[in-house]
Design a protein around this ligand. Structure first.
Ligand SMILES: [Zn+2]
Length: 301
């Protein structure tokens, strides 16, 4: 896969991306978030917008306010409500009084955006594009009238890695559709939720889709041999050493199996009674994740 890497970026300072667009990388690097969450400051005719405030980290909020300086933050834009993007929303909103623009049906219990957005809605020179799959409430934002055709792609398409699709918030069928939707566009540069700017983004989108289609074909071949629990099939296909990546692999496998079930090509069976011996050993695995690991699927013939 044509993924990009980057050296650890400096923290707490703005990185110039393009005229009027700066990036601040939050202090939350990990195997799931790469160097950290990207917060973008976008200046346009309607003032300063902050896209994705980042994780719940008061230092990061201070960094955003310091970079904004005397320029008031007019609005907060959210690609989706996962905590590494959403965590700082309350603090930034309290500090600036700026309204939060996000998808109208939030996947976050108890959160309602101040300005609910639907597919195709315009806000401050950007157009919201509903792209569920990684998250049920995911929006990309396309810059209108910029020097280049820019898409803020959130975690739907990231420059450094493929995205986790973790049901029920994540939905593999929706993810396929949302990738296909981006293939119909002619964006020249993606600015994603993690990792550096991505030129010629269509190449990666095509690869991401092809990668999932190959994975799906492999899963169908495995199901043709025998029935599989989610945990055992993930182990067979991914063999990740890192315990968090093991769980991520299970979530992706479950998402594929549910897509195949929805399409009538696979069916869910009675769950397995125990995890395989080589299942991920993570202390206090969340109950739902544990339960999902035991779910079993077979081929519809
Ligand atoms: Zn993220």
């Amino acid at each position: 896969m044509p993924f990009l890497t980057e050296a650890e970026p400096p923290r707490g300072v703005p990185l110039d991306v393009l005229p009027g667009i700066r990036r601040i990388v939050a202090r939350n690097p990990s195997v799931m978030t790469y160097q950290g969450t990207n917060t973008y400051l976008i200046e346009g005719a309607e003032g300063l917008s902050v896209l994705d405030p980042g994780p719940d980290d008061s230092q990061h909020v201070q960094d955003i306010l310091a970079v904004a300086g005397s320029v008031p933050v007019r609005r907060i834009l959210l690609t989706h409500t996962h905590r590494d993007h959403f965590g700082a929303v309350a603090a930034l909103r309290a500090a600036t009084g700026a309204p939060v623009h996000a998808y109208r049906y939030s996947a976050k219990p108890g959160f309602t955006p101040d300005r609910p957005l639907g597919d195709g809605d315009d806000v401050a020179g950007l157009t919201a594009i509903f792209t569920p799959g990684h998250a049920a409430d995911h929006l990309c934002f396309a810059l209108r009238d910029g020097p280049r055709k820019i898409l803020f792609s959130g975690d739907h398409v990231m420059s450094w890695s493929s995205s986790i699709v973790s049901p029920p918030d994540g939905d593999m069928l929706a993810y396929y559709r949302s990738l296909e939707r981006l293939l119909d566009r002619d964006d020249e540069l993606y600015l994603s939720g993690h990792g550096p700017a991505l030129p010629e983004p269509q190449t990666l989108v095509r690869e991401l889709l092809a990668h999932r289609q190959r994975r799906e074909a492999t899963i169908l071949r495995q199901l043709d041999q025998q029935d599989w629990s989610v945990a055992a099939l993930a182990e067979r296909l991914y063999a990740k050493a890192d315990p968090y990546l093991k769980v991520a692999a299970q979530r992706n496998v479950l998402a594929h199996l549910l897509k195949l079930t929805e399409e009538g090509r696979a069916a869910e069976l009675e769950p397995a009674t125990e995890l395989p011996a080589d299942a991920p050993q993570i202390s206090a695995l969340p109950g739902e994740v544990q339960h999902d690991a035991l779910r079993r699927f077979g081929l519809v013939r």
